[in-house]
Ligand binder design. Structure first.
Ligand code: SF4
Ligand code: SF4
Length: 172
């Protein structure tokens, strides 16, 4: 994508440009393009993405109280694939990051917030090449201190959501 100055962000965008959750199969056929209908709640932006979408036609950047003080972007439902935000490139997966003694580990999981996605609901196996690129992209993103702090915070939040879901499943 043209104009991305941050090298970690640029690498992640490029790595996830062609990759999709089911590889060559367009998963939008399973759900009639559910996540690209322009009626979604918006996509959380990673640090550094805001400037890519501000004043861009077809996108509206909105302030929000969530997302660790970073904004979200709402799209019109049509975009140039090259310009999709990271959240769309990664959806419905999420790279869960942890740090141990300076070593960063990434586990690519289904995002528990992606319950509207039939792939996530049915835990359909994701394309291995997609998983590999999400993981590599996450490792690049982790090189940027601000982005890494953000990813760690979201990872903790997602881990809590998963733990809560598991507990509730045990109750009901
Ligand atoms: S909701 Fe899931 S299956 Fe549907 S297009 Fe989005 S990622 Fe693919
Ligand atoms: S930015 Fe593009 S890929 Fe993301 S939800 Fe909108 S239309 Fe779909």
């Amino acid at each position: 994508m043209i104009g991305i100055k941050n090298p970690a962000l640029r690498e992640a965008y490029e790595r996830l440009y062609h990759k999709t959750p089911l590889g060559f199969y367009n998963c939008g056929r399973l759900c009639d393009g559910l996540c690209c209908r322009g009626d979604c709640q918006g996509m959380w932006l990673y640090p550094g993405e805001e400037e890519l979408f501000r004043d861009k036609e077809g996108f509206e950047v909105c302030e929000t109280e969530g997302n660790y003080d970073y904004p979200m972007v709402i799209c019109s439902g049509e975009c140039n694939r090259e310009e999709r935000p990271l959240a769309c490139r990664i959806f419905p997966a999420f790279p869960l990051v942890t740090e141990d003694d300076g070593k960063v580990s990434v586990e690519v999981i289904y995002d528990p917030r992606a319950s509207m996605c039939p792939l996530a609901r049915n835990k359909k196996p994701l394309d291995r090449a997609f998983i590999k690129e999400v993981r590599k992209a996450a490792l690049y993103l982790a090189r940027d201190k601000e982005i890494f702090e953000y990813m760690k915070a979201v990872s903790e939040e997602i881990t809590e959501i998963i733990e809560l879901k598991n507990k509730l499943e045990g109750i009901f």
